[in-house]
Design a protein. Structure first.
Length: 262
């Protein structure tokens, strides 16, 4: 699988496509973590602050720092309610701009498969987390059809128009995540897999949202009109609606957590 670049520069588009999915997955993730209150958190690859908002709402944190390389995403994060308490700053997941042992907990939300060197990203989370602290991530099960927009990706591939993939999609496998955490020297490593669902108002809502996602949009914009119409018809056939016209889609999540040795 060739490595291609996916870029998130529009916070509002990200919110409609992945942000809402991230919060659905993030709620279950936080329930699984069951963290104590009053922790200092770092949200690595925070994007537009979708998961940062959940940390603020559900974890009673002492502090939250969101780090992302995209200034437009950070600006959207600052506009959220969490922006009143969370700090957002530009930074690279493989070279976090913080001293050792700066935080009680480090998390990545739907980010690890975007990190060019995932092991380096994990080692950086470990470095900035205090002894005994939590290091965790959740990801779409990319290689096993768990991505929320897998349906449109499958249809595009069948038409000979492969969508763009994250550079490290293979690390989203549950066994790969466990291996990264163990290799980083983390202790009490545990994994989880679960499914989340999102309901769209109708097919047009699903279609428009699917074509906006960053893994699809660049290729979609170059398609001939006839191919667009064919893709839309195939998507409609694969997306049954309920009696009110709403369409419910599923996505599968992999997650891992561990503790920094004391």
């Amino acid at each position: 699988m060739a490595e291609q670049q996916i870029s998130y520069t529009d916070g509002a588009a990200y919110e409609r496509t992945i942000g809402k999915w991230s919060q659905l997955a993030g709620k279950s993730f936080i329930e699984w973590l069951a963290p104590p209150q009053n922790l200092s958190w770092i949200d690595v690859g925070c994007g537009n602050g979708a998961f940062t908002e959940l940390l603020a709402q559900r974890c009673a944190p002492r502090s939250i720092t969101g780090v992302d390389p995209a200034d437009a995403q950070l600006a959207y994060g600052r506009s959220r309610a969490a922006g009143r308490t969370a700090k957002f700053q530009n930074g690279d997941a493989m070279a976090l701009p913080f001293p050792d042992a700066s935080f009680d907990a480090a998390v990545m939300a739907l980010v690890i498969f975007f990190v060019p060197d995932p092991s380096k990203g994990v080692s950086e989370m470990v470095r900035v987390t205090k002894a005994g602290g939590l290091v965790a991530t959740y990801a779409w099960d990319m290689m096993n059809g768990g991505f929320p927009f897998n349906t449109i990706q499958v249809q595009m591939r069948e038409m000979g128009i492969p969508p763009t993939y994250p550079p490290s999609a293979e690390v989203s496998r549950i066994e790969a995540l466990r291996g990264l955490w163990v290799a980083a020297g983390l202790q009490s490593v545990e994994t989880s897999e679960y499914t989340v669902q999102r309901t769209y108002d109708d097919f047009e809502d699903l279609w428009t949202t699917s074509t906006l996602t960053a893994s699809v949009a660049p290729k979609f914009k170059t398609m001939a009109q006839g191919d667009v119409e064919l893709l839309k018809a195939q998507m409609r056939a694969c997306s049954p609606a309920d009696v009110s016209g709403r369409i419910t889609c599923s996505a599968r999540v992999t997650a891992v957590r561990g503790r920094v040795p004391r």
